[in-house]
Write a protein that binds this ligand. Structure first.
Ligand code: MLT
Length: 415
C-alpha cells in the first residue's frame, strides 16, 4: 500500500470554503424554501467583459486554422501578454519589471502554493499574518513546514497579528524570519499596507536576508491614490520580493484561470552548501517541468484586459463590486456594527455583535446570519485565531442580491 504524505493529517477539519459549503447545504436541505444569498467565498458573479470575450473567440478561431494554430506555448507565457503586463501594471508605476521576469500561470492561488517547491522544507522560519488567507498556511502544512495544530495555529509558523488597533497592518516580527507572506489589499480584512509600512517590510527583509511573498491579487480595487499597488514601488524590493497577481478578481477570471508571478532577476536564496542561487532560474525550472502554461485562448483574453475597451470594461466591473461594498458598509453602519475594509478592497470585515454582553463567536454569527437572514458569510476565525469575533462579507455579487441582502440585514437581523 502506498504511504501517504502524513502532513495532510495535520490539516484542520476542512478547508474553510468547503466547510461553509457543507453547512450551507445542510441549512438548505432543512429549509428548502429559503432563498440563500451567498456572500461567503470571494467569487465573481458578473459576466466576462466583451473585449475579453471577443479576444477569446478570435483565439479559438486561430486554433481552427493551420496558419494560426498554437500548440504548447512558451513556458513563461506569450511575450505579447508579458510585455503588456510589464508596461501597464509595473513600468507605468515606476517599477522596473521586465517581461522576462513575469511568469504567466493558471492563477495566483496555485502560484502562492507552488512557490514552496523552490524553498527548503523545514529550514525556513515562516511568518504569516493573522488573520491570513488559509492557502498560505495549509500549503506549508502540506509541505511539512509545520508541527501540529492547536487553537492558536500551527506549531512552527510565526503568526503576526493584524489587529484593528494597527489598521490590520501587521507589525514587523520580533524574531528573525526567513519567509514572510503579505497580502495587500488584504484578504480577509480589506486593509492595504501603506507605502511607509511596506518600505519598513522591505528594509526588514533586506536587513535579515528574508524573502517576502507578496500577494497583490486585489490591487485593482485600490482607490486611494497614495496606496501602493505593487511592492516594487518600494526601493529595494526587487532584491527581496516575489509578487503574485491574478486576473480573477479584476477581469472576472475565477473560472477562466490566469495569473502571474514576478520573480526579479536579483532575487537570491541560499543552497545547503552556502552558495547563493537565483530564484528566477529555480522558478523557471519548476514551471517548465511541472506546468505547461495557461492556454493560448486564456492568454489572449488576458491580453485584451489591457486594450482601451478592456480597461474601460474592467473599470466598470470593479466599480460595480465597489458600489456593492459601499452599500454593505452603509447598512452595517446604520445597524451600529463596526466594519472595516470595503474601501480599497472587495471585502468588508465586521466585528460580530454582542449578545447578552458577550461578543458572538464568528461561527455563532455565521449560524445566526444564515438562520435569520438566509445570508452566507465567512467566519473570521476561519482565517486564524485573531479573526475570532470578526466576519467577512464579500462584495462580489449582483446588485440585486446585495440590495436584497442589505434589506434583510436591516429588517431581519436581531441585534
Ligand atoms: C476567498 O473567498 O477568500 C477567495 O475566493 C479565495 C480565492 O481567491 O482563492
Amino acid at each position: 500500500m502506498a504511504r501517504i504524505n502524513d502532513n495532510f493529517l495535520k490539516l484542520k477539519a476542512g478547508y474553510l470554503f468547503p466547510e461553509i459549503a457543507r453547512r450551507t447545504a445542510a441549512f438548505m436541505t432543512a429549509h428548502p424554501d429559503a432563498a440563500v444569498i451567498r456572500m461567503g467565498i470571494g467569487d465573481v458573479t458578473e459576466p466576462l467583459p466583451a473585449a475579453i470575450r471577443q479576444a477569446m473567440h478570435a483565439a479559438v478561431d486561430d486554433l481552427g486554422r493551420h496558419e494560426t494554430f498554437h500548440g504548447y506555448g512558451p513556458e513563461r507565457g506569450y511575450p505579447w501578454l508579458r510585455e503588456a503586463i510589464a508596461a501597464n501594471d509595473f513600468q507605468s508605476r515606476g517599477c522596473a519589471i521586465e517581461p522576462d521576469e513575469i511568469f504567466i500561470s493558471d492563477g495566483s492561488k496555485c502560484d502562492t502554493a507552488n512557490i514552496l517547491d523552490i524553498l527548503a522544507v523545514g529550514q525556513n522560519r515562516i511568518a504569516v499574518t493573522d488573520p491570513v488567507y488559509p492557502v498560505y498556511v495549509d500549503t506549508n502544512v502540506m509541505a511539512g513546514n509545520t508541527g501540529a495544530a492547536d487553537d492558536g495555529g500551527y506549531a512552527g509558523l510565526i503568526y503576526l497579528p493584524a489587529t484593528a488597533d494597527s489598521g490590520f497592518v501587521p507589525d514587523l516580527p520580533s524574531q528573525p524570519v526567513d519567509v514572510i507572506y503579505l497580502c495587500s489589499p488584504n484578504n480577509p480584512t480589506g486593509a492595504v499596507i501603506p507605502r511607509t509600512a511596506l518600505a519598513r517590510w522591505v528594509d526588514y527583509a533586506r536587513e535579515h536576508d528574508a524573502l517576502i511573498l507578496y500577494d497583490a491579487a486585489y490591487e485593482a480595487y485600490i482607490r486611494d491614490a497614495n496606496l501602493p499597488h505593487s511592492i516594487y514601488e518600494v526601493e529595494g524590493a526587487r532584491e527581496v520580493a516575489i509578487e503574485f497577481r491574478s486576473f480573477s478578481k479584476n477581469a472576472g477570471f475565477t473560472g477562466v484561470r490566469c495569473g502571474l508571478t514576478v520573480v526579479p532577476r536579483e532575487l537570491k536564496g541560499r543552497a545547503a552548501d552556502g552558495t547563493t542561487v537565483d530564484l528566477h532560474s529555480l522558478w523557471n525550472r519548476r514551471q517548465s517541468t511541472k506546468f505547461n502554461g495557461a492556454s493560448y485562448v486564456v492568454q489572449r483574453g488576458a491580453a485584451a484586459a489591457y486594450s482601451d475597451e478592456g480597461r474601460t470594461q474592467i473599470r466598470a466591473l470593479i466599480d460595480h463590486y465597489m458600489a456593492n461594498a459601499t452599500l454593505i458598509r452603509a447598512t452595517l453602519a446604520d445597524l451600529g456594527l463596526t466594519a472595516y475594509g470595503g474601501e480599497n478592497a472587495p471585502y468588508v470585515w465586521l466585528q460580530t455583535p454582542n449578545a447578552g454582553g458577550t461578543r458572538l463567536t464568528s461561527w455563532a454569527f455565521f449560524d445566526k446570519l444564515l438562520s435569520e437572514t438566509h445570508i452566507v458569510g465567512t467566519p473570521g476565525s476561519g482565517f486564524g485565531a485573531a479573526g475570532e469575533g470578526y466576519f467577512r462579507l464579500s462584495a462580489f455579487n449582483s446588485r440585486d442580491n446585495v440590495e436584497q441582502a442589505c434589506d434583510r440585514l436591516r429588517k431581519r437581523l436581531k441585534l
